[in-house]
Design a protein around this ligand. Structure first.
Ligand code: ADP
Ligand code: ZN
Length: 292
């Protein structure tokens, strides 16, 4: 079976053709410009490939409420050209196949849950720490939506007393994204995150903020595993620090077998940064099954 997958990001669009086993046969990356410029390029990639469904993992906020008139739209995104763009409607009309649609991070969570390190569990959280911070959530084997969809990058954190950086989120300065995404590291320390690898104080502070967020996700959602991805997590020294600080902050409050082994509770993505595009394949497959 041939399925299409689109991982729609703020800087690039990854398009792939794959199958129901998560195998990817063909993949391209197209820069994200305006819908007028970019969408025809995406369509020309997918057209004529005989896909049976398309799955889209999309930057947000997006409308994932099937009862809404604007289901399938990108809604209040700061990428103004894409505000109120009808993703699902456009691709369904042009390609004539079922179109699955969810957030990029829910897509990544689904990829890890179906084929990766969360396989066999019934709940997990996927967090990307990159240009922004996003959180995808699976509970009872289903992607969590609620009223809209989780926006877990914007949970408010306790600012560290020795941190003079004010945070870059225009809505709330001391949220996770504002204090811990890649641009926050750059804004605080005056250099690109990748060029700060040898500065321990950078990663101590970063790990502290990540750990605060993970404690909040743990007590609220009770996931069986927490998976970290995104560019910032390429700093391999972070993971150990995050686990240590998480343990200190949680302070023994919850005792489960999962939390006894933090090395397998807090992990990095396991699909070689293909979790998003593989998850999008699965979104397409689920929509096909739903409609047939
Ligand atoms: P996006 O979030 O745009 O999809 P990424 O997940 O690659 O893309 O995140 C990009 C961010 O991650 C940038 O802010 C960049 O500084 C940071 N980043 C990328 N690679 C590294 C690295 N090796 N070490 C630390 N930070 C990195
Ligand atoms: Zn925020």
């Amino acid at each position: 079976m041939k399925l299409g997958a689109l991982e729609a990001g703020g800087t690039k669009m990854v398009c792939a053709i794959g199958n129901e086993n998560g195998e990817i046969m063909e993949q391209v990356s197209i820069p994200t410009e305006t819908p007028e410029i970019t969408v025809p390029k995406l369509l020309s990639f997918f057209k004529g490939k005989e896909i049976e469904a398309l799955g889209i993992g999309c930057f947000g906020p997006i409308d994932v409420n099937r009862d809404s008139e604007t289901y399938g739209y990108i809604t209040t995104t700061p990428k103004l050209a894409w505000q109120n763009f009808d993703m699902v409607g456009t691709f369904r009309k042009e390609l004539g196949v079922p179109v699955g649609f969810d957030t990029d991070v829910n897509g990544s969570a689904l990829g890890e849950y179906t084929w990766g390190i969360a396989k066999g569990l019934h709940s997990c959280i996927y967090i990307t720490i990159g240009t922004g911070v996003g959180v995808g959530v699976i509970v009872d084997g289903k992607l969590l939506h609620g009223m809209l969809h989780p926006e877990g990058g914007h949970i408010l954190l306790s600012k560290l007393p020795n941190d003079t950086y004010e945070g870059f989120c225009p809505f709330h300065k001391n949220c996770m994204e504002g204090l811990a995404a890649g641009p926050a590291i750059e804004g605080r320390w005056g250099k690109k995150a990748i060029d700060l690898a040898d500065r321990p104080e950078v990663w101590e502070m970063e790990a502290e903020y990540i750990a605060q967020a993970l404690v909040d996700y743990t007590v609220l959602v009770s996931p069986q595993r927490i998976i970290l991805g995104g560019g910032v997590m390429h700093q391999t020294q972070l993971l150990k620090l995050v686990r240590e600080k998480f343990k200190t902050l949680l302070n023994g409050y919850i005792k489960t077998k999962e939390l006894e082994d933090l090395d397998s509770y807090i992990v990095v993505q396991s699909l070689d940064d293909k979790q998003g595009i593989m998850g999008a394949l699965k979104l397409g497959l689920l929509e096909l099954e739903r409609q047939s």
